[in-house]
Structure formats: C-alpha cells, structure tokens
Design a protein around this ligand. Sequence first.
Ligand SMILES: Cc1cc2nc3c(=O)[nH]c(=O)nc-3n(C[C@H](O)[C@H](O)[C@H](O)COP(=O)(O)OP(=O)(O)OC[C@H]3O[C@@H](n4cnc5c(N)ncnc54)[C@H](O)[C@@H]3O)c2cc1C
Ligand code: SF4
Length: 570
Amino acid sequence: MANFAIDSKDNRTYDAIVIGSGISGGWAAKELCEKGLKTLVLERGRNVEHIKDYPTTNMMPWEFEHRGQIPEEIQQANPVISRCYAYHEDTQHFFVKDTEHPYVQDKPFDWIRGYQVGGKSLLWARQVQRWSDYDFEGPARDGFAVDWPIRYADLAPWYSYVEKFAGISGNKDGLDNLPDGEFLPPMDLNCVEKYFKEKLETQYSGRNLIVARCAHLSEPQAIHLEQGRGQCMNRNLCQRGCPFGGYFSSNSSTLPWAMKTGNMTLRPNAVVQSIIYDEGKEKATGVQVIDAETKESIEFYAPLIFVNASALHTNTLLLNSKSNRFPEGLGNDNGLLGKYVAFHIYRGKISAAYDGELDNTTVGRRPTSGYIPRFRNVYKQETDFLRGYASGFGARRHIERDYDGIGQSLKDNLLNPKWGNWRVNSHMMGETIPKETNTVSLDPSQTDEWGMPLLKINIDYDDNDEKMIQDFFEQFTEMYERAGFTDIKTRDTGQAPGLDIHEMGGVRMGKDPKTSLLNKWNQLHACPNVFVTDGSSMTSTSTQNPSLTYMAFAARAVDYAVQEKNKLNL
Ligand SMILES: Cc1cc2nc3c(=O)[nH]c(=O)nc-3n(C[C@H](O)[C@H](O)[C@H](O)COP(=O)(O)OP(=O)(O)OC[C@H]3O[C@@H](n4cnc5c(N)ncnc54)[C@H](O)[C@@H]3O)c2cc1C
Ligand code: SF4
C-alpha cells in the first residue's frame, strides 16, 4: 500500500535539513533544533543508539573470538581500513568495509570512513587543539592557497561555546600558537614526559611540551550531567562506544540534545544523492535521497540546508548536484569545487630509550598523550619548506618477557616479567599545502550500489612534505639527544595520504567568489541557503587536529543562518 505520510510533500518539508550526523552534523542539528527549526537529519548509515548499540563495550579480551585481532582473510578483503590503527575486532562494526563502498584511487589514498548515526565521532581519538592566528594567517603570510576570510578572533567565542558543551580536559598553557580554551581539569604527564618537558623548555625557546587537550569529562559539569553523561573512567576503550558518555560523541551529546527539543527528525539509511536547485527561485529547495535498504528514491524539502557529510563526501555530493544553472556541481561557478584538497602528514615517527626514572613506572590508563605544538616557521619563515608540524609525545616503560626455558622455568619466566627501560615516542602531524592539483572528482562511468558516481581521488605528497618529514627527523633527533635519550630510531611509515583521517578542503572558504566556494559564514557564494561546515570548507589545514574547528564553524554558521532566515534574507 502506498505510504501517504511519505508521499505527501508537506510531510517531507522541514525548516532545515542536515546531511550527515557525525561530528559536524551533530552540532548543526543541535543548534538548529535549539533555535526552534524543525530539522531533518539525513544519515546514509544505520542507526546507532547511545549505549544500546555498543555491542563490545563491556566485553573482556577473552570473550572475543580472535582475542581482538582481525582475521587474515578479513584484512586481505579490507586492505584500506586494516591500515587504520583503530580497526580491531572490538571496533570493526563502526568502519566502512572497503569492498562494500569502493572509490577510485588515481593515486593511493587510504580513505577511512564510518557510515552510521554518529559517523566518525564513534571512532575519533578526541584530540581537540584550537587553531591560532598563525594558522588562519598562514596562507596570506607565505602565499600558499588563498587567504582565510576569518581570523582566530572570529572563531574564539565559538570555540568556547562548543568546548563548554562538549567538555574538554586541558591545561591553560598560555601559548600564543595554541590558544587556551574552556577546560576541565587536565590529564597528567608522566615522569619521563615531565622530564622531557623540562629539558625542552629550558634548552629551546618556543618549544613546549603540554598534555594534549582531549574531549573527555575529567570533571563533569552540570551541562554534561544534563546530557546524561558521566565522568571519564580512563578505561581507554573509547572506540567501542563509551557507555558513560565519558567522551564527546554525537550519539551521547549533540544528537540526544537535539532530539529532546522535539524538533529533530532523524532518518538513518538515507543516502543523499544531490541537492535540488530551483532555477526560478534561485535557491536550493531540498535534497534527493535513496533509501539505503529499499533503494527507493525520495525527495525532502527545506529552505535551509547544512551539508556535513564529511570532507570528501561533501565534495561528492556537491559535484553530483548538477542543474542547468550549475552544470559542474552546486555553487561551482569558478570550477574550483573538488580542488585544493589537503591533509595531514603522519609519516614521521621517532622513538628512543631513556635509562632514568627506573624506580618509576605508570599505572592505569590515560586517554591522551603529550603534545608538542608547532614550532617551525611560526613567527617567521626559517626553513626551506612552508609551514610546519606539531607532534604527539608519549613515554612508557616496557615489559621485557623472557621466553627462554621449558616447563616450570618457562612458566616462571612468563609469570615474572621484568621492567625494561622507558621508551619515548613522537609522531609528526604536518601541514600539507593545499594545491590545485590535489583533487577529487566524479568517475564518469562507475557508480556505487545506490547509483552514485564513484569518487576519484588524486592526491599526493610533494617536495614540501618530504622536506618537512626530514626536518622532523633532524629536529627531534637533536631534541632527543639533548635530553639524553639513546637508541634513537626514526621511521618513515611511507603511508599513503588519507590514513591521517584529516582530509580537508575542496569547498574552501575565501573572500572572493572567483577563488573560493564559501564565504566567511560557510555559505555557498552562489547558493546562499546552503551552508557547508565540515572539513571540506577548510582553506588550509594547520597542524592541529581539525574536528573542534568543524564544531565551532557549525555552531557559528547556524547562528548566522537563523539570523538571516529571520531577516528573510535566505
Ligand atoms: C580512528 C580515528 C581517529 C581520529 N582522531 C581524531 C582526533 O583525535 N581529533 C580530531 O580532531 N579528529 C580525529 N579524527 C577525525 C574525525 O573523526 C573527523 O574529522 C570528524 O569525524 C569529521 O566530522 P564530519 O562531521 O565532517 O564527518 P563524520 O563524523 O565522518 O560524519 C559524516 C557523516 O555523514 C554521513 N554521510 C556521508 N555521506 C552521506 C550522504 N551522501 N548522505 C547522508 N549521509 C552521508 C556519514 O555516514 C557520516 O555519518 C579521527 C578519525 C578516526 C577514524
Ligand atoms: S576512557 Fe573515558 S571516554 Fe573512554 S571509554 Fe573510558 S570512560 Fe569512556
């Protein structure tokens, strides 16, 4: 029988539509619903309800058939996601399988995706460092990419706004290249990390080691308890889904908050194919969707559309939104849609041994690490490459197991492991330069199961990246030597772009419609009732983890959009 409720156009019309329910879409939904707009949230993946749909969250290691490992044949069938450090037997249900969702790698690109309500907010490592003016001013200062249309001051109140709601643990470090935020009590550095901090900060000016800021409730406030979230227990099983809501995810925080307003309709299994543009009205009027399960085609309508499908999906969706007015994709008058995509370089790693602090070790877990903010080319250009890198830093004391012996002596050896030296580890998080040649586009002939053209990804490292990686090795070797670390080992993982999971750009912001797609409010220059507030809107990438910035942009853009709507400007 026909479903008249679905068939009625009125029943498919809302005040706003949000495409994607991950980190940025969750924020757009919360803000729109709180401001009283009846909002439809469309999510291509299945529903995931907080706590109820975390099947592995309380499982013991021995309860997993493969003791947490992914069997060889599954790894071979899924080579891309198998390279992600977080893909294990306990988390695999939150990752997109390579074979089910193909894409075209013109050059190798490891595209890590999570299709479900909550998106990658169920998988992320929750590192949340603000960007500074040195990041927003970067392109204008050294001439790469295009100037950002905003500065740190435009975003600072919105960082504060989202930080208070999400709950961020951190220390006020007073660094101008990594602005402080609204922090809950910080996690602590361990004794070797504190030792390196002291060495670093006394021997170098402008090089600091801090405890990385993370989206964990180290001391929940009233606003977090109101969300139904509780204290982080430091058990470090976050990627299984946290039953306490101890860290921020869309599922535990923004989406239930939006739902509580009575204004949100959440529709999982809804693959948005394109945004509908009405030439008469000169605006977008809705979206065309394929039901993921039935393959039925449905249209939904709203005068305001937020695109939050994650960076490369948003590019796909806009490129696929073709009309007479926009034959090359929605808003793409200048042909720049899908270009200037950038990412973070995570290839460089360095480790070393430390023979001090042998009376100490660490107990318990800690869902963050040390963090060394960018120190290269911050105040002036000082190297032969542009921009720089931040770095994670952690120290751990290793257990040395003796596998010698047989029978009782082997048992005794295994049951009495000995502490080895401390080892320290750093990994780089470098800023790639957005280039016109780093592009994504639609494959002209191949489509997926839902009729959507496959995305073709053509992204690579360049000389700037290679020089930056070498500089990371040189600088960290020197810093480690000065700290008295020994047995220094550097490693270039050689990994393809993408595994950093910080893909950005393609729908960049800017001042000029000739050189950018979005204005300073994340609004398409050429179609102002469509806002894009995920990573695709980034003009450059900075060295900090990006998701906090997407949240701040989403909240800020909704505030502006609703004001404009109320003034009848949209
Ligand atoms: C293991 C891991 C560790 C990470 N660690 C960090 C970290 O420490 N700090 C940090 O800042 N970032 C981190 N990230 C990255 C972070 O998860 C992303 O930056 C963030 O989730 C992006 O938010 P988003 O809203 O753009 O996309 P997502 O959170 O991916 O959400 C997008 C949603 O849109 C849906 N969607 C896509 N296409 C369509 C369509 N056509 N129709 C309908 N729905 C669609 C998807 O299914 C998805 O649910 C990490 C990611 C992973 C996987
Ligand atoms: S470390 Fe905190 S956030 Fe992670 S699973 Fe444990 S309680 Fe939840």
